[in-house]
Ligand binder design. Structure first.
Ligand SMILES: [Zn+2]
Length: 488
């Protein structure tokens, strides 16, 4: 996935004779960079800020930062120092110095703040850092959307707790307004629930009774409860009444037989008979669209094709399914063509393969995406990811094809993420839902896998020493596990 358009940014120094004669140092070409959306709770309308690219790095104006986060700005022109006061915190920048003082503690910056047309610009990573460092507790950075998302100051889900009452384990919470929960899946091994658009007082971790490990947290879609169940879990019940959530699980099959609890059932891949016949693998990018530049000099398009072919071999051997590739050569396909191939071929599973060396997996690791379980209002207006290069980064109307498979896709994405995390415990693995163009029109369960090679290692494609074939095997095993009877 190319979350950054930086690859196409030329590093052009505009050195004119006049500037040189005047003894002024190089002025760099200022180019546009992908916009950042700022999303506020209703009813405040969203806004958009426009970073710039300087020498291949994306910069954000401190004027924008001050306005969005209601920070106070102090500029001392004689020292070329700019301070931002955010609540109790002070952040100080010096133009052209690769350092930032955060509450008087110095941190190094890869790129220095710059003065451009009278405004101080800081690297975009600083903007994201402000949210990651907790300086702006009411906002989060949404990387797939390139958005700053402000939370509602009123938390709609509060005081989540876990209770164990004999063979019934219950998670309860107070709801400040009527929210209807959406059950994403409820299998004998795991249960996942979403309050779309909800906000949470604080993230919590639970365990006890039939819940081996549980979390309640805010995601970009709302408040999510995920309960990993102990072996032998049989049933669940869900009720929302008088502004109270009660989500219970039990290992007592009698309660299921009596109809008090619903049965936990595995999710299976494949057709009605549980057979997985056709799998479509989509190596990202291709042709003149190289994708991300990888450490060691490789291009994402080639690594994605290598992994897709290895995965095809592994799946043919393990699952015995027909495996099609959206491209089996160095061809450039549009995003829409990729999902069309999945639908036209009757694919019962769609896997899009990407590599990246930027963003959250700059240091290596894996990100697995499924489409958000619920389409956002006005989803047709959202910005798609730059998948498939310039020509593929088109606006597409919302197609609800993937919604029918959302639960299975999320279960599959989580299964693959868990398997990768188990096999590579030192590596960062994250699973998340997002709005991803290539997955939207696909009717079958669909996930996107993004691998981050490290800058180290003997081969460009090596991920801290493990190979594409190993990754293919782990992913194929996860699919085989689900095809055999579900996430159980
Ligand atoms: Zn990519």
């Amino acid at each position: 996935m190319k979350l950054f358009r930086g690859a196409g940014v030329r590093r052009v120094a505009l050195l004119t004779a006049g500037l040189l004669a005047a003894g002024i140092t190089a002025a760099f070409a200022v180019q546009g960079a992908p916009p950042i959306d700022v999303l506020y709770p209703d009813p405040q309308p969203p806004e958009r800020i426009r970073p710039i690219a300087l020498e291949g790095t994306r910069y954000v104006s401190t004027n924008d930062i001050a306005r969005i986060f209601s920070a106070t700005k102090y500029w001392r022109p004689e020292l070329r120092k700019l301070s931002l006061r955010l609540g109790d915190h002070t952040i100080r920048f010096t133009v052209d110095a690769p350092i930032v003082l955060i509450d008087e503690v110095a941190q190094n910056l890869i790129d220095s703040p710059r003065l451009v047309q009278g405004a101080v610009y800081v690297p975009e990573s600083v903007l994201r850092g402000l949210m990651d460092w907790g300086f702006v507790p009411n906002a989060t950075w949404d990387e797939p959307l390139r958005a700053i998302r402000f939370r509602s100051p009123v938390h709609t889900v509060r005081q989540a707790q876990l209770w164990v009452r004999g063979r019934v384990t219950e998670v309860s919470a107070t709801l400040l307004k009527t929210l209807s929960p959406r059950l994403i899946y409820a299998t004998p091994s795991e249960l996942r629930l979403l309050f779309e658009g909800g906000t949470l007082d604080s993230a919590r971790v639970f365990s006890g009774g039939t819940v081996q490990s549980g979390t309640i947290r805010e995601t970009t879609d709302g408040v999510e409860i995920r309960l990993v169940l102990t072996p032998g879990a049989q049933g669940y019940s869900l009720s929302v009444s008088s502004n109270r959530l009660k989500l219970a699980v039990t290992d007592d099959n009698d309660l299921v037989q009596q109809g008090i609890f619903s049965k936990l059932e595995p999710i299976a891949l494949g057709g009605a008979d549980g057979k997985l016949r056709t799998i479509v693998i989509d190596p990202g990018h291709g042709g003149k669209d190289l994708g991300a530049a990888l450490p060691g000099g490789g291009a994402e398009k080639d690594a994605a094709l290598d992994l897709a072919r290895a995965l095809r071999a592994a799946l043919q051997g393990m699952v015995g399914a027909r495996v099609l590739l959206t491209r089996d050569s160095d061809a450039d396909l549009s995003v829409s063509r990729r999902s069309e191939i999945a639908n036209e071929s009757g694919g019962e599973l769609f896997l899009s393969i990407h590599f990246d060396a930027e963003g959250l997996i700059r240091e290596g690791g894996f990100r697995i995406y499924a489409l958000s379980a619920t389409p956002a209002a006005g989803a047709a207006d959202r910005l798609p990811l730059t998948l498939g290069g310039e020509s593929g980064a088109e606006m597409r109307p919302w197609e609800s094809a993937q919604v029918q498979s959302a639960g299975t896709s999320i279960a599959l994405g989580q299964t693959i993420a868990d398997a990768l995390a188990r096999n590579y415990p030192q590596t960062k693995v994250s699973f998340r839902t997002g709005r991803i163009s290539v997955l939207e029109p696909v009717a079958a369960p669909a996930v996107l896998l993004e691998c981050g090679p490290t800058p180290r290692g003997p081969q460009a494609m090596s991920l801290q020493g493990y190979t594409i074939r190993e990754i293919a095997k782990i992913v194929a095993q996860s699919i085989q596990e689900m095809a055999r009877g579900g996430r159980a």
